[in-house]
Design a protein around this ligand. Sequence first.
Ligand code: THR
Length: 645
Amino acid sequence: MIKITFPDNSVREYAKGTTAMQIAESISSRLAQEVLAASVNGEVWDLSRPINDDATVKLLKWEDEEGKHAFWHSSAHLMAEALQELYPGIKFGIGPAIENGFYYDVDPGEAVIKEGDFAAIEAKMLELVAKKEEIKRQDITKADAMKMFGDRGEEYKTELISELEDGTITTYTQGSFTDLCRGPHLPNTSYLKAVKILSVAGAYWRGDEKRKQLVRLYGITFPKKKMLDEYLTLLEEAKKRDHRKIGKEMDLFMFSDTVGKGLPMWLPKGTALRLRLQEFLRRIQARYNYQEVMCPPIGNKLLYITSGHYAKYGKDSFQPIHTPEEGEEYFLKPMNCPHHCMIYKNSPRSYKDLPLRLAEFGTVCRYEQSGELHGLTRVRSFTQDDAHIFCRPDQVKQEFLNVMDIISIVFKTMNFENFEAQISLRDKVNREKYIGSDENWEKAEQAIVEACEEKGLKAKIEYGEAAFYGPKLDFMVKDAIGRRWQLGTIQVDYNLPERFQLEYTGADNQKHRPVMIHRAPFGSMERFVAVLIEHTAGKFPLWLTPEQVCIMPISEKFNDYAWQIARELGNQEIRAIVDDRNEKIGRKIRDNELKRIPYMLIVGEKEAENSEVSVRKQGEGDKGSMKIATFAALLNGEVEEMMNR
Ligand code: THR
């Protein structure tokens, strides 16, 4: 017999070789229907894999991320099996589960897979679901794996196998389809009740532009048809909120291939909005004694060799800029921290000067593959609402807590009530991608964990997601339609101060090393505005929106009166425009609703006579007539209330 310990610490005995599915069945038949995979001593296993020793077991369902992951991973295999039947000779790259669904990178040879083919692929998938094909795991030697996939001409698979160690290789088979795969998978295909192929795109094999471009097919599946319908409705809603579409409709920003891919340009209204956001953060930062600095957009290669960015970003960054006279190389800056380290070094610092908080709305450039670019969320040039805090080791926790407070003020004011945090630590195995000593990393990791505990902030720990110089705490917000976005970040860094030999003189008159905190509450101005657009569907908070009021004369006769109101409101710093086009009032209302202007003021005979305006509020309709001063006070009161939350 073996002892199985459950998450609530209860222990049950089972016969050696019992599977997680048998364990679920022994608890209840309902659980057996719902369970998708099992965590066995922290590793996710197939339900059908025999457990031979005492173990801690958690049965994973749809609600558990790992459960969903197994579900979508098996779905990727299901799609591959369908593709293999529909496109004989098709070759397979990789096919993982992702946050929402799965994809498979395939090489269909001469065949073309396009949107019009999705229905046939879905039908084939459902046919295989109905067959309830068992999904079987098998250990295989490296030589056998090479032969099996080599015989089938699966060149991508054999490339992957050649990098694996013998004794660690497994395959999964269902029906006529066998894949090289670590698993875990569902017991059979019948779980995948509702399927949808979502899109098709190109993707370079192994993300390398020099290698073949494969076809990436994205899909999603659910255990119930109703869940798929709900998801598709959500996708429709997301489409309506797409920041690229709304950004165009509202004249906020633009892209131009002539300027270059992934290089956003902010139009006047977008710029006004961004500056207002920056002003808002500036005011908060001033309360926390930040000082603003400005740095050039490029830096000498030597700077980045010192910081470690050259080694990290060298090949991924843009090409160097040469200065023929001095024979030097410069790079567009990928981060602001090296420049800020040099500002720190510019003067001798004493323990009394710390913390020194240097803030900059700093524009950085990072090379992203063209296929990865997406609106304002994935760009090649963006502005971080950055700051670097240089402090004594005994100040790290308090400073970290202060930054958490700033982030929480920012999110509250933006109505992101729902946020989660993620602590990103080093990869457990692959440590060569990080700089700095183990001791420094441990100190930094501990500081973050303690700060979260102190704030009572529940944070999920992710290994391998840290910045190359230190661990970080990232904030994920949930938007109005339930999607998660990563925004703010705080990072603790003991490494850059060492590389730059930063020092301060302590109370003991000795030299000491400061600690650095990197932070950006918005993340970047581009990403934040994109998320804000999708969260609000372009209906920005009143204090932020580019145009707060649109005044609409019902006929040309009242244009002068309308402009007079605009001036009066302008004097009170209210942003008002006049729609004095020769159009019917109904048309004006409709057009301006699309511009998402919060207040519309309609003026005609009666209003002009009484020095009043008729007020319509977005989403609420008619608010009646009032004096201009009353309206101004109402609007300003509303703004003030939002800012003081
Ligand atoms: N260097 C950090 C980054 O780019 C910022 O300071 C937040 O993530």
